[in-house]
Design a protein around this ligand. Structure first.
Ligand code: PXP
Length: 240
């Protein structure tokens, strides 16, 4: 079954808006696991406007499921943090400085040499690697040549088109995921997944290994409660 990794950055954003320690980000990680999530994701940025580097270090100490750190490996501070913390997985995202949220995948062809080097650095530290990519076959083929363990499909396009036409929205993801599978790559997916669109994606591409979900899950938690929200998202991953 596809795993749910809860991205807890939004808890940190809320905490940082006031100073102090409310909500407690460490507790958010513990509770994600307690409520049934299969892992926790964080996305530290150099300006630490969401999750702070020190949060990441502390979360690693208390987590018992899978820890995924995503971010921009062009920042030496990100590389150093990941190598120090040694999460189960690192997801390489081509963010630019100050970017609101991730909005594109890697060009795995243009950046092939760089990605090969980075994948080597993290894999030799025993960390599983994933490369954030748009659902384009060329980019999947490029990713396969870097030696990465997995790719993460950037699902914003799917989410945007889903309301109009789910079958059309998922098509390029199905093609990309099929190609990725043919290379033996593991497949993650994330960005803008929610209670409306998640189950259809998983039913269409049941070999997705893991989804990481933050924004919508935390928004739903405001109405449903955190425990309920995690459990309802978990149920969306079932193929009935
Ligand atoms: N995957 C990546 C690479 C991301 O940058 C993000 C957002 O931090 C997510 C997944 C989760 O997206 P969302 O917050 O929309 O669920």
């Amino acid at each position: 079954m596809t795993k749910l990794s809860v991205n807890i950055n939004k808890f940190a954003t809320l905490r940082n808006s006031r100073g102090g320690n409310r909500p407690n980000v460490l507790q958010a990680a513990i509770d994600a696991e307690r409520f049934g999530a299969d892992g926790v994701t964080v996305h530290p940025r150099p300006d630490e406007r969401h999750i702070r580097y020190d949060d990441v270090r502390q979360i690693k100490q208390i987590i018992t499921t899978e820890f995924n750190i995503e971010g921009n490996c062009r920042e030496q501070s990100f590389i150093d943090l990941v190598l120090e913390v040694k999460p189960h997985q690192v997801t390489l995202v081509p963010d630019t400085l100050g970017q609101l949220t991730s909005d594109h995948g890697w060009d795995t062809i243009q950046n092939k040499n760089y990605l090969v080097e980075m994948i080597g650095v993290f894999k030799s530290a025993g960390i599983r690697t994933s490369i954030f990519v748009d659902p384009e076959v060329r980019m999947i083929e490029g990713a396969a040549e870097t030696g990465t363990d997995r790719i993460e499909l950037y699902t914003e396009g799917y989410a945007r088109k889903y309301a109009d036409d789910p079958r059309y929205a998922v098509q390029e993801y199905l093609v990309a995921a099929t190609r990725a599978r043919s290379f033996g790559l593991g497949i993650n997916a994330g960005h803008d997944l929610d209670l409306e669109n998640l189950n259809y994606l998983i039913k269409t591409i049941p070999w997705i290994d893991e989804v990481s979900i933050g924004h919508a899950l935390v928004c739903d938690a405001l109405y449903l409660g955190y425990e309920n929200a995690v459990q309802i998202y978990k149920r969306q991953l079932q193929i009935l």
